[in-house]
Design a protein around this ligand. Structure first.
Ligand SMILES: Cc1cc2nc3c(=O)[nH]c(=O)nc-3n(C[C@H](O)[C@H](O)[C@H](O)COP(=O)(O)OP(=O)(O)OC[C@H]3O[C@@H](n4cnc5c(N)ncnc54)[C@H](O)[C@@H]3O)c2cc1C
Length: 561
């Protein structure tokens, strides 16, 4: 049987950063359902936030300001001890990435260039043109190869083996060889990324189906703050593909059908660079109240000039041209909000440990530390993958060094084999793709930017009905080799499970905070709702509980931009 000390599920930025750190001391392997270089991290465009000493003081920036902006951005739901670590450790981590060979864009004087980003008080987002994630992913992969970390690419994890809350290993579907494999390990670190694919319009890759969340939930881990889903204001109309906040950071602005810069009415100080929840609601309100153009508004970059666009936003130029036929040096880009980021996830402490379990760790977008609270600031997510990926890697290595391998339950593999066989041989009439489309389009409508009791209740009932229909799906591919239909069905099961949690959390939370906006409860209610949601698996769906927010130095204030 394959055995490693530590298994990392996920080869994105968080997984690889953790592997590099842990791999110095223990036997670590990365299991990834797609090749690591195809992870969604590679799609990140705009940049990674950090206050770089030596320069920050010149523009008035400080670590304190980054912390304050992040706490305010989180609408005071972020845990402040974790936020302080995120911001304080950022400069050191950027230096490490730079030394590893990450090609950050530079100023004429040779400094790492930094641009403005939404919700940040100063230009502190380090970038590599508009391909920052791609560059960082390549850099970490090269380092991982140099360190000879074992990778299992195109191995799809289908189940965890956890007994008495102690990790023993996992079962993965090796797609190329068409086999189910058990891998034993002393510890597992989740780095499985986000879940944007629960929504019809999303900036997320097809692989972002929240598998890690569903696996952890079924193993008894409660999921935290799942109702907080970030909608990015500028998705390409109809496609949802991201047009980076960096485009507004470079000076692009938003206009409605009358050519009005409408952000003046919503965030007079920060305008287009207010935080994402604020700008997304503004864009959607313009569209809903008839000031959009056929369901979209415009992002105008023309005044930036061709030279700047082609040097700093060339990918945006490509995307608009390839998918919408728009040359953004000549015409404005049609945009609408797009489901983008999951603030919630697997709860961890500041060292990536999942409370209540031995040998379980999580980092990156699938984790909820929680540094983003109710709304994440741009540039802080890649930063989270690097800072907390490193920290979790260190602690996971320490853990496995002082632990022994636990015995495996004999039925781990047969149970999963039986489930997969049942799914493949089921001759039902339902089709996974149809169920997905119905779920996704309704999540956008009923559990999207604006929510209310009626829409959420309907969504809750629809998910129960879709789960019933799921039992009756029939696959047309009955083989085991590269069965993508099987993968889609497994992913859909995950999406159905955690969508139910998003809706349950959103229905219960009778207030508006950050990305969670209830039209029937329009105000933030600190007295009753200044707390994190925890959703446990129950017999009839999620069972909710709550835990306090960690406040160190910043008391909640009214949030205006
Ligand atoms: C279009 C776009 C642009 C963005 N731009 C920025 C930006 O400019 N700045 C910023 O800070 N943030 C940005 N973000 C957010 C940020 O990129 C992500 O939050 C972050 O990169 C996630 O990294 P990760 O390592 O947690 O997950 P990912 O990079 O998503 O990797 C997840 C990994 O998990 C693996 N996996 C998942 N399920 C399984 C399974 N069942 N079995 C085996 N493996 C599995 C996948 O194979 C993959 O390797 C952007 C996000 C998007 C979508």
């Amino acid at each position: 049987m394959i055995t490693h000390d530590l298994l990392i599920i996920g080869g994105g930025l968080a997984g690889m950063r953790a592997a590099l750190e842990a791999g110095k001391n223990v036997d670590v392997a990365v299991v990834s359902k797609i090749h690591p270089l195809r992870s969604h991290s590679g799609a990140a465009q705009g940049g990674i936030a950090a206050v770089l000493d030596g320069w920050a003081q010149n523009i008035g920036d400080s670590l304190e300001s980054h912390i304050q902006d992040t706490v305010k951005g989180s609408d005071y739901l972020g845990d402040q001890d974790a936020i302080e670590i995120l911001c304080n450790e950022a400069p050191g981590d950027i230096r490490v990435l730079d030394r590893m060979g990450a090609l950050f864009s530079r100023t004429d004087e040779g400094r790492i260039a930094q641009r403005d980003f939404g919700g940040h008080s100063y230009a502190r987002t380090c970038y590599a043109s508009d391909k920052t994630g791609h560059i960082l992913l390549q850099t970490l992969y090269e380092q991982m190869m140099k360190q000879r970390v074992k990778v299992y690419p195109e191995w799809h994890v289908v189940s965890l083996i956890i007994h008495k809350n102690i990790c023993r290993g996992l079962v993965a579907y090796d797609m190329v060889r068409g086999e189910l494999q058990v891998i034993r390990a002393k510890a597992i670190l989740f780095a499985t990324g986000g879940y944007g694919r629960a929504y019809g319009i999303t900036s997320n890759a097809h692989a972002n189906t929240g598998d890690g969340l569903a696996l952890a939930y079924r193993a008894g881990v409660p999921l935290q703050d799942m109702e907080f889903v970030q909608f990015h204001p500028t998705g390409l109309y109809r496609h949802g593909i991201l047009i980076t906040e960096g485009a507004r950071g470079e000076g692009g602005y938003l206009i409605n059908k009358d050519g009005e810069r409408f952000m003046e009415r919503y965030a007079p100080n920060k305008m287009e660079l207010a935080s994402r929840d604020v700008v997304s609601r503004a864009v959607q309100t313009e569209i809903d109240e008839g000031r959009g153009i056929d369901g979209h508004v415009h992002l105008d970059l023309r005044h930036l000039g061709k030279e700047l666009i082609m040097s700093r936003l060339s990918q945006i130029h490509d995307i608009a041209l390839s998918f919408s036929g728009i040359d953004c040096t000549v015409d404005p880009i049609p945009i609408q909000p797009t489901a983008h980021y999951s603030m919630g996830g697997i709860p961890t402490d500041v060292d990536g440990r999942v409370p209540g379990f031995s040998g379980l760790f999580a980092a990156g977008e699938c984790a909820c530390v929680s540094v983003h609270g109710a709304n994440r600031l741009g540039g802080n997510s890649m930063l989270e993958t690097i800072v907390f990926g490193r920290r979790a890697g260190i602690k996971a290595a320490e853990y496995v060094k002082k632990t022994t391998l636990q015995p495996m339950p004999a039925d781990a593999l047969p149970l999963i084999e039986q489930k997969i066989k049942l799914m493949i041989n089921n001759k039902g009439e339902e089709n996974a793709a149809n169920i997905s489309v119905e779920l996704q389009s309704n999540m956008t409508l009923k559990c999207g930017i604006f929510r209310d009791i009626d829409g959420l209740t309907q969504m809750q009932q629809l998910i129960i009905a879709l789960k019933e229909r799921f039992k009756n799906i029939g696959l047309r591919d009955w083989g085991m080799t590269f069965n993508t239909e099987l993968i889609e069905a497994l992913e859909l099961k995950n999406i159905l499970d955690f969508s139910q949690i998003i809706v349950a959390g959103a229905l219960a939370r009778e207030e508006s905070r950050g990305a969670h906006s209830r039209t029937d409860f329009p105000n933030r209610d600190d007295e009753h709702w200044m707390k994190h949601t925890l959703a446990y698996q129950g017999g009839q769906g999620p069972v909710l509980d709550y835990k306090p927010v960690i406040i160190t130095r910043y008391n909640p204030q009214r949030r205006v931009y």
